[in-house]
Design a protein around this ligand. Sequence first.
Ligand code: AMP
Length: 282
Amino acid sequence: MRIVRTIAEVRAAVSAARDAGDIVGLVPTMGALHEGHLSLVRRAREGSDLVVVSLFVNPTQFAPGEDLAAYPRTEERDAELAAGAGADILFAPPASEIYPDGFATSIHVAGITEVLCGAHRGAAHFDGVATVVAKLFQIVAPDVAYFGQKDAQQVLVIRRLVRDLDMPVRIEACPIVREPDGLAMSSRNVYLDAAARKRATALNRALDAAEAVVARGETGAPEVLAAARAVLTDAGIDPEYLELRSAEDLRELTRVEGTALLAVAAQVGAARLIDNRILEAR
Ligand code: AMP
């Protein structure tokens, strides 16, 4: 695996592969890699000939007061893990390569960014995500890009971006990877102390409880949400949001119909955690 730091280098490497007829897969990450990220890299390895993993802690998607400075940075280990999972190229640029002096452009995806994490982290979050992902697509020009369903709203934002701007890339969403006790893997889990780590399992258990309600045939949003909320309350967690929305366009649902997304965000100890579950009525 080659580590490259400049746009010119990664473009040169990719265009050589493309000239040879190779399919290029991209896995965008902010590093501090865990099994969730590695599942995307392995999936990319299966589905493409050249696998590019990007590692960039994107400053524009952090609001003031969020954890940009504290965000875990473990590049050496990330490089080993990415290589082990099948990456060919690790693109790890400095911030000045992505945002040179005078950088003035931002991409705003309207509508679906105004709820859930967009409402709570501020509109700038998804502007930052859309802008950096658009740049990565311009730089790497992948045939396929792999994202985790863990960030369900992010996947929808990227799909909208790609459709609206006619970007010639296929977006593949990959399943949420969990710890053995159900906690969704996240680079931010390192912020959890032992007590908070234990309490954090309540997010997945809350989603389980909601799923069980739906499996019993109760599909009303109040019942589904109450079941999830009870588990959170029991663990002393007051969620930032806990909402039932359409998995396709994030409109609020009054009952589980079609494909519903139950999404939760909560501060647990020092970490802001998110999780979600697709619910389908029988
Ligand atoms: P991040 O480094 O947090 O920006 O995440 C990079 C990519 O990995 C995003 O597409 C995430 O959705 C995905 N990802 C993060 N955690 C998980 C997980 N537990 N399971 C699956 N994908 C994940």
